[in-house]
Design a protein around this ligand. Structure first.
Ligand code: AMP
Length: 420
């Protein structure tokens, strides 16, 4: 028999119910912040992603030649497609431009819990503004998107890549060596960071001082460490401002400073942030984002940009771990004709309830009341409407509450009222 491809998933109707519920909640949070939804194609020219991330990315993505010989790739993320669309079509739009999206992404990752080859991201980009309040709003929105989906245990960490660069400058680590440090710092493997720095010829004292700054949450200490670098000092003041705004104006309780957030050193420029669900273990990162430069690289006129991507699948996993009670997909009613003669009336009642937006199903198998009630229970119908000759003489039906088992006779014209 055929099997599902490695790293992909089928979603049952129960899972889809959860996914759509969370998606709708996220969508409405984005909208309350004034963001507008866009959609881009599932495949793009491969070059879009190699331009952003280098040729190395080819090993990590699904790329192929189409019948016309074009080099294409299934999108591994949605920032590059969004910026491609911006440069192609939206540069003249009034600023700031606030865009959000949902989309499935594809990576040739090694599958494990929370890491798939096909997964979904929810994300956004804000283009044309770089005030502290713009960043604070962006970061707060990332937090609220997750919080409003129902998550309780999430942690927000904020860093800054110009400051990290300045920290590398302090210890005089050559630029070409910095990329080797990224994965170690990113995974907080601080002992390995120390060893690697020493391998690169950094004095043990300098290396451990660097490490101390990497781990501290004390902004003053970091400021003192990079004081020779004006850009870094300015960025730190901005960071301080952003963190204050998050607490005072956006009700984010505990934003933490974390200089070891690296993301990508190539195109991220200043503020970076991550939101984690610590209970998820290894794949705990739910959201990552920050300020970056891609527009120039893609041939557009440079303007500040920032954004984030949320791992949608991991958000669902985190909600399940927190035992979040998702609303269930109960049917309002299941309509049961007593016999074939009652079919027309049953169809009519069903039609009228559906017209008014109620979720209604009816017996399509002519299998009688006993079996139909059993089926109604198995599909979680809240009520059964039994259409039988005796009650119909009085334009009535029997409504059975499937939860309490109580039955009552209700006039047909009052059925809708009953379900309100
Ligand atoms: P990134 O674009 O790598 O910064 O990823 C943004 C978010 O997408 C991460 O924080 C994860 O939550 C999620 N994510 C990344 N890769 C995967 C994957 N292979 N499977 C599931 N979620 C992923």
């Amino acid at each position: 028999m055929f099997q599902i491809p490695r790293g992909t998933r089928d979603f049952t109707s129960e899972e889809m119910q959860k996914r759509r519920y969370v998606e709708n909640s996220m969508r409405s949070t984005f909208q309350t912040f004034g963001y507008r939804e866009i959609q881009t194609p599932i495949f793009e020219n491969l070059e879009l992603f190699t331009a952003k991330s280098g040729e190395g990315i080819i090993d990590e993505i699904y790329s192929f030649n189409d019948k016309g010989g074009r080099n294409l790739a299934l999108r591994p993320e949605l920032t590059a497609p969004t910026i491609r669309m911006y440069v192609e079509k939206l540069q003249m739009e009034p600023k700031p431009l606030k865009l959000f999206y949902f989309g499935n992404c594809f990576r040739y990752d090694r599958p494990q819990k929370g890491r798939y080859r096909e997964f979904t991201q929810a994300g956004c980009e804000i283009i044309g503004v770089d005030s502290p309040e713009a960043y604070a709003e962006l970061i707060a929105m990332g937090y609220k998107v997750l919080e409003n989906s129902g998550l309780k245990k999430i942690e927000l960490n904020i860093g800054n890549l110009s400051v990290l660069s300045a920290m590398f400058d302090v210890i005089k680590l050559p630029k070409d060596k910095r990329k080797y440090m990224v994965p170690l710092i990113d995974k907080s493997q601080f002992e390995d960071v120390l060893l690697a720095l020493q391998d690169f010829g950094i004095k043990p004292k300098d290396a451990s001082e660097f490490l101390e700054i990497l781990e501290t949450t004390d902004l003053k200490k970091i400021k003192e460490y990079v004081k020779a670098d004006k850009t870094a000092k300015d960025e730190l003041s901005k960071l301080e401002n952003i963190i204050d705004l998050l607490k005072t104006s956006f009700d984010i309780k505990n934003p933490k400073l974390k200089m070891s957030i690296v993301r990508g050193l190539d195109y991220y420029t200043g503020v970076v942030f991550e939101i984690e669900a610590p209970e998820l273990g290894a794949e705990k990162q739910l959201c990552g984002g920050g300020a970056y430069d891609l527009i120039g690289l893609f041939g557009g006129r440079n303007t500040p940009t920032a954004g984030f991507a949320i791992g949608f699948d991991r958000t669902i996993l985190a909600l399940e771990t927190e035992k979040y009670k998702f609303p269930s997909l109960d049917l309002d009613a299941y309509v049961i004709p007593y016999d074939e003669k009652m079919l027309d009336k049953s169809l009519e009642i069903t039609k009228n309830l559906r017209k008014k937006g109620k979720t209604v199903d009816l017996d399509l198998m002519r299998r009688g009341i006993g079996k139909s009630l059993k089926y109604a229970r198995s599909i979680n119908a809240k009520n059964a409407i039994i259409v039988a000759p005796k009650e119909l003489e009085n334009d009535s039906v029997t409504i059975k509450d499937m939860i309490t088992g109580k039955q009552e006779i209700v006039k047909i014209k009052n059925i809708f009222q009953k379900f309100k």
